[in-house]
Structures are given as C-alpha cells and as structure tokens.
Design a protein around this ligand. Structure first.
Ligand code: VGL
Ligand code: ZN
Length: 199
C-alpha cells in the first residue's frame, strides 16, 4: 500500500550472535524481515551509528560497567558495550539482510553526547531525526516495524510513531529482545497502552 512503510530497525552485525551487543537469536529475524521487505512498497532502514567514545558506551565512564546506568542531562541512560561504531563491520547491516529496496537509511546515535534508540527522536525525546517529516511528506500514515531490539530501539520507535500520529504495528516474529531487568515486559505493556498493534 502506498500509504504504508516498513521500518527495519538496526539489523546490524553487532546486534547479532558474535557481535559486540549480541541479542540472543538476533540473526533469526533476517529471513522474517526479508519476507516483509518483499511485501512492502516503501522500506526504511535504521542504522545505529555511533562515533568512537560515544557517551552511551560504558568504556566512556570510568568505573562503570555495561548495563549499568548513568544520569545524563536528558535523563537516565543505560550503558552499553562499545557497539555499532561508525565505519566498522559491526555497524554494517547483517550480510543476509536484503536491503536493496530500502528507500531511506536513517542513521542515529551519531551525536557523541546523546544516545538515540528511536528512529524518530533521540533519547532527549525532542531532537528529531527527520523521519516523521519524511514519512508525512510522502503521504505515509501507517508504519510496520521489525528488527532489533524489541525492547529498546523497536519499542521506542513504535511509541514515537504513535506520538507522531502514525498507526503502528510491530511484527514480533521479526524482532528479538535484549530483556534487561524486565524491559521486555515493561516495553510491551507501554506499546499496548499506546495503541501499537503487536502482531
Ligand atoms: C540498541 C542499545 C543500544 C537497539 C541500540 O538497537 O535496540 N540498543 N543501541
Ligand atoms: Zn546504540
């Protein structure tokens, strides 16, 4: 349908087994996402794209370990292992991802002092990536999301899609979660409350 877009979130080597921030079974989303890509007229990809020394990396905070949190000017931030560093193999899309038909690649997390889970807004919830305007200008009113990770970048993107007035569905079979301290259940509940359709 001309007014629908598939948004494929962060299907990158570092989120797949063997990667720096591997999501369990992350690579299993690839065939599912490829099937979705074939069915959609409009396809957008996101790519987590951090400069070395990014403020979301635990290695940038002496004494801190991955998966601990720190207070940033914009709120609490979970710290991660170094991942998806610009230009590295870990930041590349999974080699099996058939992304030829993608019309747009949104890169996010490229400002060193702020992280970005959502495809729409950085973690201050107000710095836009430009995606909402792009979709609106192209007459797209419904988005379907899949990719990695369910409870971080997929969920935040789906919530922001609703906040921006788009209908939003998440294809759970095409997602895998990090599930940190109950984050999968918490973010699933938030998506349901926001009117995100979980398929
Ligand atoms: C993601 C943590 C850090 C994600 C990205 O794609 O869900 N999670 N950066
Ligand atoms: Zn990241």
């Amino acid at each position: 349908m001309a007014d629908e877009a598939l948004i494929v979130i962060d299907v990158q080597n570092d989120f797949c087994p063997g990667g720096a921030l591997a999501v369990a079974e992350g690579d299993e989303v690839v065939p599912v996402v490829n099937g979705l890509i074939r069915r959609f007229e409009h396809v957008v990809l996101t790519q987590d794209w951090h400069p070395a020394g990014h403020s979301s990396f635990a290695s940038s905070h002496p004494g801190k370990a991955p998966f601990e949190t720190v207070d940033m000017p914009y709120g609490e931030q979970t710290l991660w292992p170094d991942h998806c560093v610009q230009g590295t193999r870990g930041a590349d899309f999974h080699p099996g991802l058939d992304w030829t038909r993608a019309e747009l690649v949104i890169r996010k997390g490229f400002r060193s002092t702020i992280d970005s889970y959502s495809a729409f807004f950085e973690n201050d919830r107000e710095t836009p990536t430009g995606l909402a305007g792009y979709l609106r200008e192209r007459g797209i009113s419904r988005v379907t999301l899949a990719g990695l990770a369910t409870d971080f970048c997929v969920a935040y993107s789906a919530l922001d899609a609703r906040r921006q007035g788009f209908a939003a569905s998440v294809v759970l079979e095409g997602c895998r979660a990090i599930d940190l301290g109950g984050s999968l259940a918490a973010m699933t509940a938030r998506m349901k409350d926001a009117g995100v359709e979980l398929l």
